[in-house]
Design a protein. Structure first.
Length: 113
């Protein structure tokens, strides 16, 4: 079964309980044995979490910025993981967007542990 990428578009300030959403998802994905997760912080954007355009400004100490959480693994495992996190995502006061798409892996070379 080929790999897929689960993408979660949210804000860096979104939380699940007391945990930042992106930290919660990374640690849970690791616990569930998913192949890999990367969190990207955007420099500007708007979307489901906020209709306002947000951007980085050097004079602001606290920034609300878009984040993209990408998780790669077999589609079946990603769908199972989504079923685990979906109830928490639905409880968040702000919005988010979750997509899944195929990924063609060209190289898989593990590093030394």
């Amino acid at each position: 079964m080929p790999e897929s990428v689960l993408k979660i578009h949210a804000s860096n300030t979104d939380r699940i309980g007391n945990d930042l959403l992106y930290e919660y998802i990374v640690y849970l994905a690791k616990e569930k044995g998913l192949a890999g997760v990367t969190v990207y912080r955007g420099i500007m954007g708007y979307g489901m979490s906020s209709g306002a355009v947000t951007s980085t400004r050097f004079w602001e100490l606290t920034e609300k910025l878009p984040v993209l959480i990408e998780i790669i693994d077999k589609r079946e495992k990603l769908e199972e993981f989504f079923r685990v996190i979906e109830p928490d995502l639905l409880k968040m006061p702000k919005g988010c967007l979750v997509t899944i798409e195929p990924a063609e892996v060209l190289l898989r070379k593990p590093g030394k542990k």
